[in-house]
Ligand binder design. Sequence first.
Ligand code: ATP
Length: 434
Amino acid sequence: MEELVRLCKARGFVFPSAEIYGGFRSTYDYGPLGVLMARNVKEAWWRSMVQMRREVVGLDAAILSSPKIWEASGHLKNFTDPLVDCRSCKQRWRADQLPTTEDGKLKCLNCASTDITEARPFNLMFKTFAGPVEDDGAVAYLRPETAQGHFVNFANVLQTEHLRPPFGTAQIGKSFRNEITPGNFVFRTREFEQMELEYFVPPADSPRWFEYWCKERFEWYLRFGIPREMLRLRHHAAEELSHYSAGTADVEFDFPWGWGELEGIANRTDFDLKAHAEASGQVLEYFDQTTGERYVPHVIEPAAGVARTMMAFLIAAYTTDEVAGEARTVLRLHPRIAPYQVAVLPLSKKDTLLPLSEEVLALLQPVTMCDYDVTRAIGRRYRRQDEIGTPLCVTVDFESLEDKAVTVRDRDTTAQERVPIDRLVEVVQSRLAW
Ligand code: ATP
């Protein structure tokens, strides 16, 4: 884990936020490579959830939201974690994250004291004021999940898209939670990005669709290269369920500190649509014109986090091996998840090679994300690309000027293939196929 955090910083994936001021409360900034990788994670999700489906449409709702939404959804009352204080060292904790002693007492993770206060509910929503006057009428909340944006737009989407259940709305965006104990690098932060699908189904079909989405989402992580033994699907026990849920399962990843949630799949029933219909006085139901049937759909929600997914991909991909007697670090990332798919590397900085190298780069740039590196010896440049997970290196050498061909090197096998430049785009595309 320490090695990964080091690599993330050294290579520009993730920087501690406001580092020049000593950092800021478990917040992080994404650097040049992190921003590319996060975009690819989101793109891979969007492609599976929206592009490859007929019945799912996109949505992008506001972050700054009306208190009425959170009152109706139950978040103002229920979106709490149990907060406790250690009376000895004054540290604050989430009660459910503390270990217990044999006689059932909570134990402080900092000083091991069992002198812990009673748990009291702490609401995780960030409250702010919209407009210049900070009074009760101006209260707004930063959304703690993207889900409610789907529910309050249910009727809008239904009207504009003429969909019939089962159908879904998909949204990727930032959410905010005032976590009591953020930590484990980007695993738990107060500002994070979610990828959520709300899938509206006929009530009787909801158990079947819940099973479907558990399977589908589990397999998505396998498809993008996480080994099966590092993943598990954990069904929640009844006492663990959220106030809206009739069933929840988490896709969990074997992090260096133990199993942790990547994604929750919940059967939210008709809880949210009914709550918003009642609070707003609007009709939030589906009317089937052919059968004359009218009902409130049930909702299956697969909700994933961008940063946790990114971290799992990085941890699963991180390997070290030996090439020609020399140790190397390789990120064996799926080609579509890696920050760059191709690095174009002129063998030498000599002017004679640069025009052709730039031509090769210009051929590949419209196809995929390319790095271009002219510094240092070629072996060192290959190592850098291995370490940031670039699947293919394209090397332009002096022979290229004569034979109009380049060398394509594979990250995982280090095998090299000579490819005519006029076939390069085709070869790269087929190597990077989904
Ligand atoms: P946890 O139990 O870890 O607090 P949760 O069950 O409250 O998570 P959900 O409400 O199901 O999380 O949110 C869906 C997804 O959003 C999570 O699986 C996770 O990937 C991501 N997520 C939630 N909270 C955070 C956070 N504080 N930091 C980063 N990602 C988060």
